[in-house]
Design a binder for this molecule. Sequence first.
Ligand code: NOJ
Length: 517
Amino acid sequence: MPEPWWKSAVIYQIYPRSFADTGGDGVGDLRGIADHLDHLAWLGVDAIWLSPIYPSPMADFGYDVSDYCDIDPTFGTLADFDDLLERAHAAAIKVIVDWVPNHTSDQHPWFVEARSSRQAPKRDWYVWRDGDPATPPNNWRAAFSDEPAWTWDAATEQWYLRLFLAEQPDLNWANPEVVEAMHGVLRFWLDRGVDGFRMDVIHALGKDPALPDWPDELAGIPASALNDHESTHGILRDLRRLLDGYPGDRMMVGEVYLLSTAKVAKYYGAGDELHLAFNFPPLYAPWEAGPWKKRIDRTFEELDPIGAWPTWVLSNHDNPRHRTRYGGSEARARAAAVLLLTMRGTPFLFQGEEFGLEDAVIPPERVVDPGGRDGCRAPIPWTADADHGWSGRDPWLPWPPEPDARNAATLAADSQSILHLYRRLLALRRASPALRLGSWQALEAGPDTLAYRRAAGDDERVVILNYGDAPIAIEGSAADTARRLVVQVASDGRGEGRLFDGTVAGSAAVVLGKGET
Ligand code: NOJ
């Protein structure tokens, strides 16, 4: 049996609002994505994941869906989507869409109906509790604010649960009608030909029916980062059966926002739940060898025994970009690219990291996100021109730093740029069975370093990363293994194509192999 495509794929996250605009309204759209498929094919990614494109009042910029089976006019039409899908497939790029099953928008017709009276047929599609207007039913906190995870509905005099904004009421997955309706949504997109789903806060679907208080010491943490109820696993097994009923290895990657790899591991089930799950503890690791080693070890310790395939992600639309988190250094961003693209597991890139983008500085009057995540969502600069390839109006958010230099066109013209480094790493990974699917073994290289060997049959690669700012001469098992290997990619470009000399520059990483790439 060949391995499924998603194990050896590199998946690129597109945040459609900020990717590319063709409509002239300063907000990206589906045609903008289609127009830039050549960039993605040139870069060498295997699949794209689109953050939500569905009709939405945009209280949470699309993660508040008011119709799961259509496209928001800001982004285009279903015909534009079909065209994008066809063109992506023609370019051998798979397409994954976001699915937001934990909550709808409060403007979704289901909630409008549910809210209309206590006797409404869809009342039980959401989670309602009695009480008095001053006392929420439990101590759960919402995300993005210090508010309770409950909103009082004055007209019907009950509380409804919402783990995020008041505009995002939680669906009641204990109700079989909800399950059936949401399965229908998946079938709608699968029938259109999508290759899979990124599933939003998937660990939150099943809730303890008693909705008990959290212990006091946890009560300050948003409930969405705590909810881990066993009933979710049955829901996931049903979703898996639904996807597996379609030809072509349709894939689901879950956002399991529980900051413990042991907890994340449970969501793979016995190979009958999620195909992939995001594992966020590495994203929150500082740029230091020790914490990274621990998180990598923990990942393999938890996932390998159950046959689960890891994922790696450094940046996304919810967190400051990793270059920003790592202090703004381009050298570190380059070394991090080597790490991300040589790990064992499926890497996820966030649009713009291939350009070395940092977060935009957002003046207070331009903050629009209730969670304060605007910086990483800044628009992608495509050209060096004043409008950076965005037609018409200024984009909805300010540009990231140095758009005159950090834009696709300028970086494509410089073969030493970070963009070319990403492209070379992707090509190396694609050509190397060891990097795609091979084993992973830790090596010792000395203080402030991370080193490992990837192998599959005759193919062998060694990766050495220097987290420190000063150059180092490596020691230990890495030095023995690396002798007589050639530098195939160096994050600083130094020594490429030559026999490895045993040294790694400060904040740099090398990939070594038996000959030139
Ligand atoms: C996780 C998404 O990534 C985030 O952007 C969103 O705000 C929440 N889920 C709620 O849907």
